[in-house]
Design a protein around this ligand. Structure first.
Ligand SMILES: C[S@@+](CC[C@H](N)C(=O)[O-])C[C@H]1O[C@@H](n2cnc3c(N)ncnc32)[C@H](O)[C@@H]1O
Length: 269
């Protein structure tokens, strides 16, 4: 009886230890399937990667997308991978390709990774994993950062572009999103010599709302934020500008001269 109790206690300790290990080192959300090299390069092209970018591949597998970002685009690459063997393989590949200094591989859970440094994020995960990741991407990435996902989308965050590419075995859909700045709120705005009030509602990169100008309330149409670039029309007027924090600076106008007027705005609520 005493031996049985001791055995049970040992078993309980092992189970608890496994649970703790599992919490610290969770298993993969998606199994490893490599992106064909040429498709990976198309993903980086779609994101218009340059030497100034920091490219994070979340769930980086054998590291091929990160190595391509460093080798073929001159960018700095960071791979995040939960499988230790794949991390080691990635480091060896980066070393062999002569880009070890610009390609870093982190052995960790992508959901526990700080993404604020990334200017481009590449993904080949799954629909449901993308959806779980979506709030983190929107929270941590700076406006103008690009996200490219192979095959899987982001639910009602519609891509800014979709591109079909031919892989060795089948066609792939590449989705591109540009992280929008925060444009929602009430903006006191100056249009040439006139004052107006702009009320904006935002759903991801899309803007709707009203412009109150000289006693008239005009509906906002075609409102969009591409990173910090804001564009919309209200009545016959077209607006375009750059949003920084609580300020917008840009131009507005009508018909053949859509940039005739200086346009500034300040968020008041
Ligand atoms: C489908 S593979 C894509 C590999 C690589 N990005 C590519 O396109 O070739 C997904 C990778 O994500 C890794 N992974 C899954 N869940 C993860 C997590 N929570 N954190 C980090 N890596 C994860 C898997 O181990 C696997 O290597």
């Amino acid at each position: 009886m005493r031996r049985r109790l001791a055995l049970l206690a040992v078993l309980a300790a092992v189970v608890a230890g496994c649970a703790e290990l599992r919490a610290r080192f969770p298993g993969p959300d998606v199994l490893f399937i490599a992106t064909p090299e040429a498709v990976g390069v198309e993903m980086l092209r779609l994101a218009a990667v340059t030497a100034g970018d920091v490219v994070f591949d979340l769930g980086s597998g054998d590291g091929r997308v990160v190595v391509a970002a460093a080798r073929d685009f001159g960018a700095r690459g960071v791979g995040v991978e939960i499988d230790a063997e794949l991390v080691q393989q990635s480091r060896d590949t980066a070393y062999g390709a002569g880009v070890a200094e610009r390609a870093t591989f982190l052995w960790q859970d992508l959901f526990a990774t700080d993404l604020r440094e990334a200017t481009v994020v590449t993904l080949y995960l799954r629909d449901d994993v993308n959806l779980r990741l979506r709030p983190k991407l929107l929270r941590e990435l700076a406006p103008g950062s690009r996200v490219v996902s192979r095959d899987f989308d982001m639910g009602d965050w519609r891509p800014d572009r979709v591109q079909r590419v031919r892989g060795p075995a089948r066609d792939h859909r590449l989705h591109l999103w540009v992280v929008p700045a925060d444009g929602a709120g009430v903006w006191r705005t100056r249009l040439g010599e006139r004052e107006a009030l702009l009320n904006l509602t935002q759903r991801y990169q899309l803007l709707s709302g009203t412009l109150s100008l000289e006693g008239r309330e005009l509906a906002i149409a075609g409102g969009r934020l591409a990173g910090d670039r804001i564009t919309f029309t209200a009545g016959a007027l077209s607006f375009s500008g750059r949003l920084t924090g609580d300020a917008i600076e840009g131009r507005a106008g009508e018909g053949i001269d859509p940039t005739a007027l200086a346009w500034t705005a300040r968020r008041v609520r």
